[in-house]
Design a binder for this molecule. Structure first.
Ligand SMILES: Cc1cc2nc3c(=O)[nH]c(=O)nc-3n(C[C@H](O)[C@H](O)[C@H](O)COP(=O)(O)OP(=O)(O)OC[C@H]3O[C@@H](n4cnc5c(N)ncnc54)[C@H](O)[C@@H]3O)c2cc1C
Length: 366
């Protein structure tokens, strides 16, 4: 069978894109190398308020809301931040993926699991959407940009460490070089993880050491997760007349927080719009707005902050301790609160198309 569009990759970005395209009546095939969308999961699944406000999801698939964030210096001094509103919820990702797949099926999308795409000739479609993650094969096959700066993240899910929902973030350049260690506890489950630049460190050893160093009693591991995180910011060249990229494949991840779930939802909604109007009109000009250049200005400050964070890490724990002391001053504390609590993980994008029901496209807000 010949399809209008093949979406390669059934993570959050691919599922959202396929669902919106199917709802428009296009013949869509969704392909993934995994036999099931439910496993393995590669993300912690912390959603920011902006995402669940703009893309309503089934409430039971998001954990209890988190308002409290505690930052720790390398010597484990603490700084507590409290949000005025619910800011984070940890998604029950296997269930969310299954829910979105069911939405795709209802919209007429053909699901093709257990199929690893290695060449464009294998894809029975007029247009290809690369939603195949940080190290995208489709980006290479289409001759589009690909991610060059990547972190590795690894984590364990364990029983909750307390009833109080708190996001604990550990600045420790030895255990998490270039990023942080985290304990995301929503009172129902806790995720313990570290991320960093691969060339400088061993993720599995660092996670073990981090776990042992924690000031909480940690139960047995229930699940292991891990994967690559692109932190170069959204790529510039992400579309041509044969296809386009979404989600991690497009670098739609905050270089500072390394959060990509919001970007996956937001960019996919725009991609569905652009791909549908290109197939409808055959006019290559409709692809022009789908360029990373449009978002790169918004990523500039975060890329600089990432460089500062990396440089501070190279400077070692003493420099981070110093920076941490400064974080306690009101202006820098305000910046920290902004990073954690502002509605700014990924730029808003204009989308004219709307689909009804949960996880529909957001109203334009920029
Ligand atoms: C450990 C870790 C924790 C994270 N925690 C958070 C967090 O808490 N909050 C947040 O916002 N972001 C987080 N991120 C980032 C976030 O998970 C990603 O940005 C987001 O999940 C990307 O979704 P995606 O659909 O683009 O890619 P993915 O979820 O990676 O999906 C890509 C899919 O493509 C498939 N695929 C790949 N190659 C092929 C091929 N050749 N053929 C067929 N199928 C293929 C894969 O099997 C996969 O299903 C985390 C990342 C990691 C690694």
């Amino acid at each position: 069978m010949q399809y209008d569009i093949a979406v390669v990759g059934a993570g959050l970005a691919g599922l959202q894109c396929a669902r919106l395209l199917g709802a428009r009546g296009l013949r869509v095939v969704l392909i993934d190398r995994k036999p099931s969308v439910a496993a393995p999961v590669q993300t912690t699944g912390i959603f920011v308020r902006k995402t669940w406000e703009d893309f309503p999801m089934p409430d039971e698939q998001l954990g209890p809301p988190i308002r409290d964030v505690v930052l720790y210096s390398p010597s484990r001094r603490m700084l507590a931040l409290k949000a005025q509103r619910d800011e984070f919820r940890i998604g029950r990702m296997s269930w969310l993926y299954l829910y979105l797949l069911e939405e795709c099926t209802k919209a007429g999308v053909h699901w093709m699991p257990d199929t690893r795409v290695r060449s464009l000739d294998e894809i029975p479609a007029r247009f290809v959407i690369g939603a195949d993650g940080a190290r995208s094969t489709i980006a290479q096959l289409l001759g589009l940009d690909h991610n060059r700066e990547l972190l590795v993240g690894v984590e364990e899910i364990v029983p909750p460490i307390s009833r109080e929902p708190v996001l604990h973030c550990f600045l420790d350049p030895r255990l998490a070089p270039g990023y942080i260690g985290w304990v995301a506890n929503d009172g129902e489950e806790a995720h313990i993880g570290v991320a960093g630049y691969r060339e400088r460190w061993n993720p599995a050893e660092a996670l073990q050491e981090f776990r042992c160093s924690l000031p909480f009693r940690v139960g047995r591991s229930i699940e292991h997760r891990g994967g690559w995180i692109p932190v170069n910011g959204v790529l510039r060249n992400i579309a041509n007349t044969r296809g386009l990229l979404v989600g991690d494949a497009a670098g739609a991840v905050s270089p500072l927080t390394a959060g990509g779930l919001d970007g996956a939802m937001r960019l996919s909604s725009l991609a569905a719009d652009v791909a549908a109007s290109y197939l409808d009109s055959g006019d290559a000009r409709v692809l022009q707005p789908y360029s990373g250049a449009r978002f790169q200005a918004r990523f500039m400050a975060r890329r600089w902050m990432r460089r500062a964070m990396t440089a501070a890490g190279v400077g070692g724990p003493t420099l981070i301790e110093l920076a941490f002391t400064m974080l306690r001053t009101p202006p820098l504390r305000a910046i920290a609160e902004h990073v954690f609590f502002a509605r700014g993980s990924f730029p808003d994008v204009s989308v004219s198309a709307r689909a009804s029901g949960p996880a529909a496209a957001p109203a334009p807000s920029a």
